[in-house]
Design a protein around this ligand. Structure first.
Ligand SMILES: *Cc1c(COP(=O)(O)O)cnc(C)c1O
Length: 247
């Protein structure tokens, strides 16, 4: 039987669409870096592929993407296995339950969403069991009104809890403290929120000088994040299109 992987067919429209969208997003990142007087090499693009098939991850890898983001363990584990031959770094960006930490530690290079001590311990055990080092970011909740906000919770610890969680990560075998992450709150302008995150990151580096990752910025607000100093932007919709379900 003759079959060809979709990514290798001569006219792969999806690949062309991803190529075009990727060029637009890379252009936006470059322009934002110019505006912020930053070198474009200081910002890493993570393409968030959640809800899209492994075939899209493969197409993106062929277009030079090296960092992909996922938000659900089951989906991510399957795609990471299906794409094990590709030179990719997997970023876990979604809210994470401690009972999934062991699985996530097997494939994730960086977990962006650490917001509880129980999660630190579980990820550490998972990393040790998998004999891997995993980078972990403290996810910060920048929205004091969050409990009242309608819609999916965005996660994260209160600012006051950041040092305790960071110390726990830094002291956990198998984990490396990477820095901080946040999702812009719905209740305030992104620019102010990201400036706040940058300050929290700077304060963290007084005790943890190597924790220089600031993960912030999505399809709608990556410019504001780069202006504030983001080192990692997480972009889904602007590259892959609108997801079939929320997440
Ligand atoms: C889905 C998701 C993204 C990507 O969001 P887009 O608006 O599709 O670019 C980034 N970060 C997190 C934590 C996400 O869950």
């Amino acid at each position: 039987m003759h079959s060809e992987p979709a990514g290798a067919s001569p006219r792969d429209e999806r690949a062309e669409q991803l190529r075009a969208n990727l060029a637009v997003v890379r252009g936006r990142i470059k322009d934002a870096c110019v505006a912020a007087e930053r070198s474009a090499t200081t910002v890493r693009l993570i393409v968030v592929t959640k809800f899209w098939p492994a075939g899209d991850v493969r197409r993106l890898a062929a277009l030079g993407v090296r960092d992909v983001g996922e938000s659900r363990d089951q989906e991510a584990a399957g795609k990471a296995a299906a794409c094990a031959d590709l030179p990719l770094r997997w970023h876990f960006v979604g809210q994470l339950q401690a009972n999934k930490a062991r699985s996530v530690a097997r494939y994730a290079h960086m977990v962006h969403s650490v917001d509880r001590l129980t999660l630190v311990a579980a990820l550490s055990r998972g990393a040790l069991a998998a004999d891997r080092d995993v980078d972990a970011l403290v996810q910060v909740n920048l929205d004091p009104t969050e409990p009242a906000v309608i819609g999916p919770k965005r996660g994260g610890v209160a600012e006051a809890e950041v040092p305790k969680l960071a110390d726990a990560i830094a002291g956990a075998p198998g984990l490396r403290l990477g820095g901080v992450m946040a999702v812009a709150p719905r209740t305030m302008p992104a620019a102010g929120a990201f400036d706040r995150l940058a300050e929290i990151g700077a304060r963290l580096r007084l005790n943890h000088p190597g924790a220089d990752v600031m993960s912030a910025g999505m399809s709608a607000d990556l410019e504001a994040a780069i202006a504030a100093g983001a080192t990692h932007v997480r972009v889904g919709t602007a590259i892959l299109g609108v997801r079939a379900s929320l997440g």
